[in-house]
Write a protein that binds this ligand. Sequence first.
Ligand code: AMP
Length: 120
Amino acid sequence: MNIFEKIVAGELPCNKVHENENFLAFHDINPKAPIHVIAIPKRCYKSFHEVDEEIMVGMTKFIKEVAKKLGLDENGYRLITNIGYDGGQEVPHLHFHILGGTRLRWIDLRENEDEAKRSL
Ligand code: AMP
């Protein structure tokens, strides 16, 4: 079982924000912004690339509910899902990072600085 499956099963604790039958949202353990919440489907899909499209209807509604509950709907927020190795995904269970609570930077995301310089 991956970390998020253990959270869903109640084997690991989480700081819960919102939940329904199919989805769960909790605060990220290592926040990258004043507000950093993870939203997941309870059923494990490896990533966005593997998820059934129909699940995304409920997922989208749930994410909007979470953003509203966090008071992010007025000023905005960032929604990120990392996919696979190049995407920087660490936990192999589809999840959306909901980030906000301040104006967020938008930076060059390449890990390899030489590659970033070459493209200038
Ligand atoms: P990713 O790199 O997109 O796979 O993101 C995984 C995220 O899960 C990271 O931001 C971690 O800080 C977060 N994370 C890992 N373990 C936990 C946990 N037990 N509770 C809350 N967030 C976690």
